[in-house]
Write a protein that binds this ligand. Sequence first.
Ligand code: SAM
Length: 249
Amino acid sequence: MTDPLIRWREHAASAVLLDGFHALKHALRFGAEVPVAVTTDRRAALDLAGELAEDVREIMDRLLTEVPERTYAALVPRPHPTGVAALAVRPSREAHLRTLARMPRTSPVVVLDNPRNLGNAGAVIRLAAGFGATGVVTTGTLDPWHPTVVRGGAGLHFATAVERLDVGELPPGPLFALDPEGEDIRGTELPDDAVLAFGSERSGLSAPLRARADHLLRLPMRPQVSSYNLATSVAMTLYHWSATGGALA
Ligand SMILES: C[S@@+](CC[C@H](N)C(=O)[O-])C[C@H]1O[C@@H](n2cnc3c(N)ncnc32)[C@H](O)[C@@H]1O
């Protein structure tokens, strides 16, 4: 078996950093290919797996190599309290594009139109994974696989199709754009094949996205409050989908 540090160096440039035990746990549960995983305390990591993630304990046992603290600290931007880090192969864009284009769809696609905040994007990917959304598409320059987004997503990028696309390339399906000036969402049932679009933190929905929208919907909000945070808006909308007949069990 090759030295884990050699494997780490081989994959570091193209792979996705899984930072901490929970990110590794989630990625493994959702089928990520993990060529290398290290920990500063193998016993503690496997005990945690026994306690919280029996389903992936065996694979963690095979994957995790113990390394000195100094070695671990050199591999990650900042040490995680669980002392676990791994690299996962980024899923293929082509496979994601096929998933996003496939119809009929059993759950919505979330679109973030030119998001600016990496933490918000990570939180939205975690929400999409939790609700079983088909995917999260971003438009604009933010990379939804940026390490800070992956950190915010807690390893759940592997549970949904995450890609960047132009507005003209958005997946098929009726497009519901969320905007405080729209119709009250409480009067609308969101279909499973909906494309749910949210505007940028700075400037809301872009003109091309508005032009492509079939419906504009607003979340209830009292007067004098201008808007909700992007990720909380996605949470309310996905919850509304699930509560009005969405496929989630
Ligand atoms: C922080 S807000 C954008 C605020 C921005 N300054 C603007 O001009 O719209 C980010 C996104 O969250 C969604 N959002 C926030 N509050 C909403 C509400 N009450 N109803 C519908 N969507 C909302 C919209 O998609 C919005 O573009």
